[in-house]
Ligand binder design. Structure first.
Ligand SMILES: [Zn+2]
Length: 190
């Protein structure tokens, strides 16, 4: 989605947002520069390359629906599974599920095609808004000037436990799924 790999001499100035530097046998360095932190590096042993998931902004509806077929895990966990979809973080998953009216604990396989269609649209919307606003925030995002992103201002459920749902006024609930906080509206999300 963003980020780039550079090969440079070790003396070269280290660019802002360099998250990894690997020494090459040639003596040069391979650097990973990713201001938006949507990028991902993984290490694979020879012959053991495990392809990572699809890019949520590129995936088409058919492929998206197929990702969840037969999965007994909660939809929230499936969304966070980087082997299915890349780059959908905890906040984005909660916000996408709220917008599509799906409870985070629902088994992925139990979600209708129509609802998955809504989720497909929501995931793309949320990611595009986040990118436009400068990334997520809260825990780990700061922009080039050290400022937090603004996406938190638009959160509809994430971090709003006990506060009224923006649609129906019921208090937002928080549960823990696979070790991650999950926020949802008990009325709007089924
Ligand atoms: Zn609601």
């Amino acid at each position: 989605m963003t980020g780039r790999l550079q090969v440079c001499e070790p003396e070269a100035e280290i660019a802002k947002h360099t998250h990894a530097i690997l020494k090459l046998t040639s003596g040069r360095e391979l650097r990973f520069v990713d201001p938006r932190r949507f990028g991902r590096l993984s290490v694979a042993a020879d012959g053991d390359f495990d392809p990572v998931g699809v890019e949520p902004l590129d995936v088409d509806l058919e492929r998206f629906v197929a990702l969840f077929r037969g999965r007994k895990t909660p939809i929230k966990s499936a969304l966070l599974n980087q082997k299915l979809l890349r780059g959908v973080g905890n906040i984005y998953a909660d916000e996408s599920l709220f917008r599509s009216g799906i409870r985070p604990r629902r088994k992925a396989a139990s979600i209708t095609r129509e609802q998955l269609g809504k989720l497909f649209v929501s995931v793309k919307e949320v990611l595009k808004e986040a990118i436009k606003l400068g990334g997520s925030s809260i825990s780990d995002y700061v922009d080039a000037d050290g400022e937090e992103g603004f996406f938190q201002l638009k959160h509809r459920v994430y971090g709003r436990e006990g506060e009224p749902c923006l649609t129906c006024k019921r208090p937002i609930k928080r549960v823990v799924i696979a070790g991650r906080s999950s926020h949802f509206c008990p009325k709007c999300q089924q």
